[in-house]
Design a binder for this molecule. Sequence first.
Ligand code: MF3
Ligand code: CO
Length: 249
Amino acid sequence: MIVIKNKAAIDKMHMAGQLLAGIMAEMSDRIEVGVSTLELDRLIEEKMRRAGLFPVCKGYGGYKYATCISLNDVVIHGVPSDKNILKIGDFVKIDVAGSYKHYCADMTRSFFVGKVGTVVKRLAAAAQWALDCAIKEIAPGKHLSDISVVIQKEVERDGFGVVRTFAGHGIGRGLHEDPEVPNFGKPGEGPLLREGMTLAIEPMITEHGHEVVTARDGWSIKTVDGGLAAHVEDTVVVLRDGAQVLTRI
Ligand code: MF3
Ligand code: CO
């Protein structure tokens, strides 16, 4: 069931999104050689609590951290660890969800450690481009899969792959609500977009093949072929004439 949000709900999700975006912006300075992903997670959780945001990932399905921090060939759900120490050239994706007065926002941003390779830059740009195109596509009366089609088309035009086995999602009081928002598909499928729908849109893209596998830690999802992967995510609300991104300042 897709829950349509009223203004009060959207305002809370917007507040969650703005606070999260502020914290994410502050992280750029902290992404440097020698820092562990666990330190980054702790720092983010501390900032969230200070801002009045509840870290909804913590405890979600038994997950123990406020963030997922995925490096290089890890696409999503990278588990923060003191053993993952950032080194030059690393491609870091930080995924964080937080709630304000019980309403969630979910976002992912990517960061470079020092000078990164050309592929990292191209992948990051392709994921961002696909997300931006998808957001521009949103309007009441379009089908949900119109979003998916745009993401797949833009990513594949750049020669990259889109992950099939994970997707974006509705969001609200729950971190994951209906509908599922795949990053690939056919036009004109799924529910019609309606004013007040809130979605987390999150292209997950790969350098080569789109197949992924769960790592030994039971959480991290990485590419089967070892290729690099990018992920970026924003929470949006469908408006009368388009969409508003709640997780950008
Ligand atoms: N923030 C992630 C998402 O985009 C959810 C992480 S699931 C968790 O949906 F269990 F790892 F928290
Ligand atoms: Co999400």
